[in-house]
Design a protein around this ligand. Structure first.
Ligand SMILES: C[S@@+](CC[C@H](N)C(=O)[O-])C[C@H]1O[C@@H](n2cnc3c(N)ncnc32)[C@H](O)[C@@H]1O
Length: 264
């Protein structure tokens, strides 16, 4: 299968053409099973995701990563452990989401389940995704001896002036709104497009330049825009041909931008 290309079709069919252990990173922002879109009407989203996890485990390189997007229960009560290793359930927190619930707490986060194949040799470029330290350096120095989260023993904390680990609750990246400049189409908002910043964090953390990234539910191609900027290779699948066209247009625009920079 050719790389740096978006294929139109059903990812469950297209994935059969990918070689074993050939992919470094999978960004999987597929059905959540909650909207009225035909492609999102899934009877059992957990079984659906388990199916995907099985397919992904064949094509991921050892130590490669999968980020699977969904609602908080998207991997509940399924046993993914024979296939992939769950490292973190990242909470993508949206404080500004409309809170209209009357009989329960309104859900205002999505899950990004971060898996790797096996427990070793994974890429995790922490230095590329650090976020600002919220605590002042002077205050931090005063309370340097703090109990470790892992074993309770007191240790000196390491203050890194370049920022800290983003942690597993990401509240610093907002969902796109009607006013977002990067929004491709107003009608697609809410169900489709993810912010570049969000995908950038994932691609930077879990791949290196020249690596191969798969997005099996491409949408309007945010993953490819990020991959192009960050010099990663990619393969994309998308069932909707209109979206494939949008992906290609987006990729072309970045290529043109990069070429014009070369001639400045
Ligand atoms: C949530 S959107 C992805 C949005 C994308 N992350 C972006 O930022 O543009 C999910 C996409 O998966 C596509 N899709 C759904 N089922 C599919 C399937 N079986 N194979 C390929 N694409 C599929 C839908 O058409 C939709 O565009």
């Amino acid at each position: 299968m050719k790389i740096n290309k978006v294929y139109q079709g059903d990812c469950f069919e297209l994935i059969k053409q990918i070689d074993d252990e050939s992919i470094n990173l999978i960004v999987c922002d597929g059905p959540f099973g909650v909207t009225e879109n035909d492609w999102d009407k899934i009877k059992n989203i957990q079984e659906y995701n388990l199916n995907l996890i099985k397919l992904f485990s064949r094509i991921l390189k050892k130590g490669g990563s999968l980020y699977l997007f969904g609602k908080p229960d998207c991997i509940d009560f399924i046993d993914y452990r024979p296939y992939l290793n769950l490292n973190a359930k990242i909470v993508w927190y949206q404080p500004s989401r409309l809170a209209q619930g009357r009989t329960n707490y309104t859900n205002n986060y999505d899950i990004i389940a971060y898996f790797t194949k096996g427990k070793t040799t994974k890429v995790f470029n922490l230095n590329h995704i650090r976020v600002p330290q919220l605590v002042e350096l002077e205050h931090r120095k005063r309370c340097e001896n703090v109990p470790s989260v892992m074993n309770g023993k007191f240790h000196k904390t390491k203050f890194n002036g370049n920022g800290k680990n983003p942690g597993d609750v990401w509240g610093d990246i907002k969902q796109l709104t009607y006013k977002s400049k990067e929004l491709i189409s107003r009608e697609l908002l809410n169900t489709i497009q993810k912010p570049i910043k969000l995908i950038e964090r994932i691609v930077k953390a879990s791949s290196n330049e020249g690596d191969l990234v798969l997005d099996p539910f491409a949408g309007v191609g945010t993953t490819f825009a990020v991959c192009k900027e960050l010099k990663r290779n990619f393969i994309g699948f998308e069932i909707n041909s209109a979206f494939v066209e949008i992906c290609n247009k987006r990729i072309k625009e970045i290529k043109l931008k990069q070429e014009s920079k070369l001639f400045v």
